[in-house]
Design a binder for this molecule. Structure first.
Ligand code: PHB
Length: 391
């Protein structure tokens, strides 16, 4: 027979248990809101990031420092108003501890005030305009900046016999950075810009501009289009006969994105770009990463996949360092100065700017065993973002 006290204990436990469980679960699980474009113009960016985050979690498990990790994936359809609304809902309703992703600069900027107000880290895995990390003390970036690659290709072009360049850049913030930093460096090295064209971000038609560029007879055309658009650009470049006219393609590496490169055909051979990642990067870690990604998704990872892979790694490592404490201030403090080896090479988070410090490689498209690759041939080590405003 149960005594009165025993019954009281049983009933008490039954009443408390559901609440106790929920509280424990809420405490244990760290939710991460992953906001990326899975549809719309930049869908390939979102898919690469989602793939890479899933791959990382398969490889490393879903528990860190005793806390379970749950990623909540949201598609902003490449529309920054959606990004903002989704970030708000994830922070307020789902109580996520980190927001991450951000396929384009306007998306990263739209979420910045929310990150600041809620003190929630915003891990930028894709967008590349320099100003982004200055918009909130809670922003940390694992992608790249256009200034990192554009300055380097500007210097390289001027020193390597390219005298006249026509530019074609996407007409929004990262395109403006890509143009400004290239121009500064290329003209300082004695180069001349003979034609300057800006194309819209959404559904660009390059053909009308390409004829103008061909007529200007430049040595090379400097191109920045965001990840996902390089294939369409290169098709029209070949159709208009710019390759036959001997006009080379140079630029930041976005136009030669690895996931599209094989579809571009032989007109891409010889294109020289400066960038932070190549699927052909000759390290064991990268060979393993490319093999695992191909096995899981039957395609090559591009630089957006690497931004996602490193972004989730950064969150895991920060949680390890805080012993599972997941408030924004502790996480951002842990992320500052963190260093690790990425499939792209050694990288770190600049403790002063929260931006990524990384190698920038100059690469040339070559065909190997029937496939096109960006083959790295010069390395600039530990490049900080040259685009930060001086304080
Ligand atoms: C950006 O919107 O910041 C962006 C997107 C794709 C790129 C580079 C920059 O390839």
């Amino acid at each position: 027979m149960f005594s009165k006290t025993m019954w009281r204990a049983v009933i008490g436990a039954a009443l408390v248990a559901p609440f106790a469980l929920t509280a424990a679960q809420a405490q244990d699980t760290v939710k991460i809101g992953l906001i990326v474009p899975m549809t719309g113009g930049q869908a390939s960016t979102g898919k690469q990031i989602d793939n890479a985050v899933k791959l990382y979690m398969q490889q490393h498990g879903d528990t860190v420092a005793g806390r379970k990790i749950e990623v909540i994936l949201k598609d902003d359809a490449t529309l920054p108003d959606n990004t903002k609304r989704l970030a708000q809902e994830l922070i307020v309703n789902d109580k996520v501890k980190v927001i991450a992703g951000f396929g384009i600069t306007p998306a990263a900027l739209a979420a910045a005030p929310l990150a600041t107000r809620a003190k929630v880290p915003e891990v930028v895995m894709a967008a590349g305009t320099s100003i982004i990390t200055e918009r909130s003390p809670y922003i940390v970036r694992t992608s790249f900046t256009l200034a990192q690659s554009s300055t380097i290709i500007g210097d390289w072009a001027a020193k390597n016999g390219i005298k006249k360049v026509a530019t074609l850049t996407s007409d929004y913030a990262p395109g403006h950075d890509a143009l400004r930093f290239f121009k500064e460096h290329f003209t300082a090295g004695g180069g001349r810009i003979v034609e300057e064209v800006k194309v819209p971000l959404a559904n660009p038609d390059f053909a009308p501009f390409l004829q103008r560029m061909k007529d200007a007879k430049p040595d090379a055309i400097y191109v920045f289009v965001p990840a996902g658009q390089g294939g369409a650009f290169m098709k029209q470049y070949a159709e208009r006969g710019l390759d036959k006219a001997g006009i080379r393609v140079i630029g930041p590496g976005d136009v030669m994105d690895d996931d599209l490169l094989n579809g571009m055909g032989d007109s891409a051979i010889g294109a020289v770009t400066a960038h932070i990642y190549s699927a052909a990067h000759p390290s064991q870690m990268n060979r393993d990463f490319v093999a695992a990604y191909k096995k899981a998704y039957n395609q090559r990872p591009g630089f957006m996949a690497v931004g996602g892979y490193d972004g989730i790694h950064l969150i895991y490592q920060a949680l390890k360092k805080t012993g599972g404490k997941a408030d924004g201030d502790s996480l951002v403090a842990a992320m500052k100065g963190m260093k690790w080896e990425s499939p792209r090479g050694p990288i770190s988070i600049d403790p002063d700017t929260r931006d990524i410090v990384q190698n920038v490689y100059i690469r040339k498209v070559e065909k190997k065993d029937g496939e096109l690759y960006n083959v790295e041939f010069v390395t600039f080590k530990g490049v900080k973002d040259p685009g930060k405003t001086k304080k």
